[in-house]
Design a binder for this molecule. Structure first.
Ligand code: PEP
Ligand code: MN
Length: 264
C-alpha cells in the first residue's frame, strides 16, 4: 500500500512555501476554531505567528453537532484566511466538508483539512485526492488505525501523495475530557507509515487546562507537530471557546514545546 513503510521507507516531507511538515523542524498549526471576522482572525494570526507558529488554522465551513450552531462564515471566511496569509506569510489550513466545496476551498487554502466526521466520506477522500493541495486527514471519532490508514490510501490512490495524519482524540468510555487523546498511536503510526503525524490536544481534550501538558506530551511522543486552537477572547468564541488558549498561554506553550523538540 502507498501509505506503508514497505512502499516508502523514508519519512515523507511536505513543503509549502518553505514550511516543511514531517521534516526535522517542529510544525505548529495554530489559530481560532472558527473564523469570526477580520479583526478576530488578523489579531490571532499575528499573535500566533509572533509566538512561533508556522501554519495558520481557522474554520470557514464548520462541522457542528447541532444544525442550530454557527456553521462558519463560508467563502467570506476563506477570503479572510487568504488576507491573513498575505499579512503573516503563514500557509493556511482550513476544513472542507463536501465534494462540492473542494474547488472553492482549494483556491484559498494551502492545506485541505478533512475533519474527523468525514474520515470515511469516501467520495470526499477521492475528490481531494484529485487536487494538488496537501490534505490533513483527522482520525475519525471511533476509527481504528487500520480504518484511518485505509482512508489515507483512498487519497493517495487518486494521485495525491501529500497526506498528513492528525490524531485528535477518540471516543472511549470515560468522559472526564471531550475525548481520549491517543498518543500511544504515534509510535505505531511511525512504524506503519511514512506520512507526517500531527497531534491536536485541543479537540482531543476539549479543555484549555489540558492543552499545555498534552501538547508537551504530544511532541515527546514523537509527533511532527501540533494543531492548537487560540482565541483572543475564549469566553466569547463562537465555537470551541472552552478549549481555546489565550495568546499569552500560547506563547508559553511554544516556549515549552520548542524546548522538548530541541531535546529530541
Ligand atoms: C477542527 O479542527 O476545527 C475540527 C472540527 O476538528 P475535528 O474534525 O477533529 O473535530
Ligand atoms: Mn474547533
Amino acid at each position: 500500500k502507498l501509505v506503508s513503510r514497505e512502499y516508502r521507507e523514508a519519512d515523507t516531507i511536505i513543503e509549502i512555501n518553505r514550511v516543511q511538515i514531517g521534516g526535522p523542524s517542529l510544525v505548529v498549526m495554530a489559530g481560532p476554531c472558527s473564523v469570526e471576522g477580520r479583526e478576530q482572525l488578523l489579531t490571532t494570526a499575528e499573535a500566533v505567528k509572533a509566538a512561533g507558529a508556522t501554519i495558520l488554522r481557522g474554520g470557514a465551513f464548520k462541522p457542528r453537532t447541532s444544525p442550530y450552531s454557527f456553521q462558519g462564515m463560508g467563502e467570506d471566511g476563506l477570503k479572510l484566511l487568504a488576507e491573513a496569509r498575505e499579512l503573516t506569510g503563514m500557509p493556511v489550513i482550513t476544513e472542507v466538508m463536501d465534494t462540492e466545496q473542494v474547488d472553492l476551498v482549494a483556491e484559498y487554502a494551502d492545506i485541505l483539512q478533512l475533519g474527523a466526521r468525514n474520515m470515511q466520506n469516501f467520495a470526499l477522500l477521492k475528490r481531494v485526492g484529485r487536487t494538488r493541495r496537501p490534505v490533513m486527514l483527522k482520525r475519525g471519532l471511533s476509527s481504528t488505525v487500520k480504518d484511518w490508514l485505509l482512508s489515507a490510501e483512498y487519497i493517495m490512490a487518486e494521485g495525491n501523495q501529500a497526506v498528513i495524519l492528525c490524531e485528535r482524540g477518540i471516543r472511549t468510555f470515560d468522559d472526564h475530557s471531550r475525548g481520549t487523546f491517543d498518543l500511544s498511536v504515534v509510535p505505531v503510526l511511525r512504524e506503519l507509515t511514512h506520512l507526517p503525524i500531527i497531534v491536536d490536544p485541543s479537540h482531543a481534550t476539549g479543555r484549555w487546562q489540558s492543552i499545555l501538558p498534552m501538547a508537551r506530551a504530544g511532541i515527546a511522543s514523537g509527533a511532527d507537530g501540533l494543531m492548537i486552537e487560540v482565541h483572543p477572547n475564549p469566553a466569547e468564541a463562537w465555537s470551541d471557546g472552552e478549549q481555546s488558549l489565550l495568546p499569552e498561554r500560547f506563547v508559553e506553550l511554544m516556549e515549552q514545546v520548542e524546548r522538548i523538540a530541541d531535546a529530541m
